[in-house]
Design a protein around this ligand. Structure first.
Ligand code: SAM
Length: 202
């Protein structure tokens, strides 16, 4: 992934996150997308995959303190009040089933900011990342109601076009977003998918 030139510790969003007490500069990405696309409007239950260290989770609770948040990651996360956390692999069926149980089988929004451990081989890293993004879309497709939304990070690389085609077959509306806080040099984008197509609808 592209790194900014110069000292990253002086980078605008890095400095702002430190000052604000956000656990990650990526908090600004979610804040910008949630504001621009009114993501939290009418939302009661959010499932957040790949949440650690918790910058996005902080933003969710800051913007809508009443939200019910079920968050999961391979790595531990320092607790955040009102957030139920599951530690584990989001591609593991048992972990997904635990998340679904905590959400009582329903959600209004599913979000993820997954990055696999970087292997150094770009094609492999993209394949693994898109697999995590697809797991997010599949969970959303299963749990969301007709107006439900999924927001997921995606790396643009080999397999991306096929991933997009599958996403469009599963959701009524699919768009790509690049928030200002996402580095221009980074291949990361976010997919916003709305309205799961259940068989025979949309
Ligand atoms: C960029 S970080 C997320 C940052 C987070 N949005 C924040 O604001 O704090 C990516 C996360 O993906 C998680 N991750 C990668 N593969 C995973 C998997 N298979 N299951 C669960 N979490 C995974 C990593 O542990 C890491 O915490």
């Amino acid at each position: 992934m592209g790194r900014p030139k110069g000292n990253p510790k002086k980078e605008h969003y890095y400095v702002a996150a430190k000052k604000h007490g956000y656990r990650a500069r990526s908090a600004y990405k979610l804040r910008q997308m949630a504001t621009r696309y009114d993501l939290l409007k009418g939302v009661r239950i959010v499932i957040e995959l790949c949440c650690s260290p918790g910058g996005w989770t902080q933003v969710l609770k800051e913007m809508e303190p009443g939200l019910e948040v079920i968050a999961a990651d391979l790595s531990p996360m320092q607790p955040i009040e009102g957030v139920k956390f599951v530690q584990g692999d989001i591609t593991d069926e048992e972990i997904i089933s635990e998340i679904e149980t905590l959400a009582r089988g329903a959600a209004d929004l599913v979000i993820s900011d997954c990055s696999p451990k970087v292997s150094g081989q770009w094609n492999l890293d993209v394949t693994r990342q898109l697999f995590l993004a697809e797991a997010t879309l599949d969970l959303g497709h299963r749990l969301l109601g007709p107006k439900g939304k999924v927001l997921a990070k995606v790396f643009q690389g080999p397999g991306f076009e096929e991933f997009m085609a599958r996403s469009k077959s599963k959701f009524g509306s699919v768009k790509m977003i690049k928030p200002e806080a996402s580095r221009k040099t980074s291949a990361e984008m976010y997919i916003l998918a709305i309205g799961p197509r259940k068989s025979g609808t949309n």
